[in-house]
Ligand binder design. Sequence first.
Ligand SMILES: Nc1nc2c(ncn2[C@@H]2O[C@H](COP(=O)(O)OP(=O)(O)OP(=O)(O)O)[C@@H](O)[C@H]2O)c(=O)[nH]1
Ligand SMILES: [Mg+2]
Length: 377
Amino acid sequence: MSSSTGSKAVVVTYPDEFAKNEIVELAKAAGYEVAAVMTQKNIIRSEYGVGVGKAQELQEMVAENDCNTIIIDETVTSSQANKLSSFTHTEIVDRERLILNIFARRAITTEAKLQVQLAELRYEMPRARDAVRYSVKGERAGFSGMGESAVDVKFRALKRQMGFIQAKLDKSRTARDLHTTERRKLGMPFVSLAGYTSSGKTTLFNRLTSESKEESPKLFTTLATTTRVVNFPNSKRKVLLSDTVGFISRLPTYLVESFKSTLDELRYADLVLLMVDVGEDMESVSTKVASCRQTLNELEVDPGKILLVLNKIDLLKDRGSLKIETDPIFSDYSAVKVSAVRGDGLRQLTNRMLERTSPSRPVGKTGTPGGNPTKVG
Ligand SMILES: Nc1nc2c(ncn2[C@@H]2O[C@H](COP(=O)(O)OP(=O)(O)OP(=O)(O)O)[C@@H](O)[C@H]2O)c(=O)[nH]1
Ligand SMILES: [Mg+2]
C-alpha cells in the first residue's frame, strides 16, 4: 500500500537486537521512515497493548518526532489498537498488518495478488467480529436484533469473498499442477529454494539459471514463484529450479496458508535447498534456521529432502573455521557452503543437486529420496 510511503513511525518492539533490527527493516520495506524505537518486555498484555506509562511515553515520542503511525511488533486486538489510537491520536499498525502491507506492495502476479487478498480477509475476520460486537453493545437499546444480524451479514460477506478468491486460486493451482506434470514427464527433477527473506535465494537462482530476477537487501523482494531449467556444465541432466517467497519469524499461520499454492512447490520438490545467511551473528542464524524449520514443518516438507545451503561465506572473516558446521542446529542436515554473489562452492552445490536428484538414488516410503545426513564438505 503506497499510503505508508514517507510516513513517519515510532516502533514498539522487544528489547533484543534481533527483534529490533527485523521490525525496523520490515517498517522500511513497507515504506515507513522509522523515527524512534521504544522497547517493551511484554507487549499485548494490557489494555493499550503496552502499559499506561508506556502509552504516555509513546504519545510524547509521537509528538516530538511528528509521527503519524505507531508500529507494534506483535498482533494486537482491535480493541487494544482502538484504545491506543484514541489515546495517541495516531494510526496503529501491528506486525501482521505491516507484513500484509509489504506483501500488498510487492505482489505483481495475479496469483500473488489473490493470495494477498485472501490473507487480508483472514486478517479482517476476527477484527470484524470485534468491530461489530463493539457497535452491537452501543445499539443494545431496542436494536440488538439488528446488531446480531449485522455480525452475520458481515461474516457471510467475508466468507463469500474468501470462497470466491479461493476458487480462483484453485484454478491457477490446477494449471500449475498440469504444468509440473508435463515437466515431470520430461523426466526433470524438481528443486525448490526455501529460506528466510534476504538469505540470497534469488541471487543463487539467477546464478544457476542465468536469470535476472530482482535481488535486494529489502525484505520480501520475491513474492511470486519463478521456475527455470538448470543446465550443468559436466552433465547432460537438467533439473527445474524454483525461487519463491521467503520466510520470516512469527509468520502468522494464515499467511502461510494464504501462500500455500505458492509454497506447495516445496512439498512436491524432489530436493529443497534451504538457504541460510551465515554472514550474520550466530544468534540471528539460529533464530532464522529455527523459524524456517518450523515453517517447512507446517508445510509438511519431508526433512529428508532438505539440503542446507550456507550462503554469504564471503562475509565470514575466517572461512576455515565456520563454527556453524559444528552447531547442533545443523547436525541433522547435510550442508554446502557457498557465496551466491562470488560463486564460491557452486560446483560442489551443483554436484550435490545432481547426486540428490539422481534417478538411481534409493526412493523412500514417501516417494522422495531419503535423507542422508552427512557433514558439511
Ligand atoms: N555478501 C553477500 N551478499 C549476498 C550473497 N548472496 C546474496 N547476497 C545479498 O543479499 C541480499 C538479498 O539477496 P536476495 O537474493 O534478494 O535474497 P532472497 O532470499 O531472494 O530474498 P527475498 O526475495 O526477500 O526472500 C542482496 O542484497 C544480495 O546481493 C552472498 O553470497 N554474499
Ligand atoms: Mg528473492
